[in-house]
Design a protein around this ligand. Sequence first.
Ligand SMILES: [Fe+2]
Ligand SMILES: [Fe+2]
Length: 272
Amino acid sequence: MLDDKPPAVPPAGRGLYTGRLSTEGPLVLLKSALRSYEKSAHPHIPELHGWLDYFRNNPQAVDAQPGCLSTDEKRAIGGSIAAFQLGEYSEGHSLMKFARSFAETERADALVEITRMFIREEQNHALLLKDFMARNSIPTIKQTYTDTVFRKLRKRAGYELSITVLITAEIIALTYYRALRQATGHPYLKAICSKILADETAHVAYESTLIRFIRAKHSPLKRRLMRALHRLLLFGTIIVVWREHRKVLLRGGYPFSAFRRSCRGHFSGAGL
Ligand SMILES: [Fe+2]
Ligand SMILES: [Fe+2]
């Protein structure tokens, strides 16, 4: 359990939670990175430098006054936030290992630093939520079945599948945090959701460029197979997340059909 103080700023000085948060900066940087990506005649790994700039300059703090959830809200969303907080945190050792190997094969050194900063952003999401939970006496949880399955898939899968699993979770997160933001009247939690949504929007765009690059190297048959498996994974994840988080989703205005439609929309929007 955390005490009332926000966590210390991490040594690198960029990337992690500093106790204040702005959500406009990331969007401007994201738009700039995407513009640079769109201008490219070769939308593949060399465009990593646009993402390198984005991750280097993306501020991480949240600007809102902490306060307390009502008892009713805490009961409705506390457990769900704790499960997502657990999912946000990872040391990222396997992903770093896969990224190093892939970067070497593709001669794309920038990928290593990008992956490191990407992991720090995810850790920042976990810190923001953990801090909020501590302020509202919501206990952290150590394990959920879904989280364990996702971690095992990511660790054993290799780079392509690891990114595929990650982007699937992030596509779900794009709808979940929107629902959570609508489900709460708490300004600080709304600001945290906005910050995570801005980051996850960039992560989905970044990872979809990687996946498209990797899949372009496959035979047409393997490409079709990977897409089919990815749609299956998305569908399975939608079902599991709905089962475990429907209280928040409903409260945020997403009955099952709207939740599924929204997730599928983000999936198609990412060109997957
Ligand atoms: Fe995240
Ligand atoms: Fe993410």
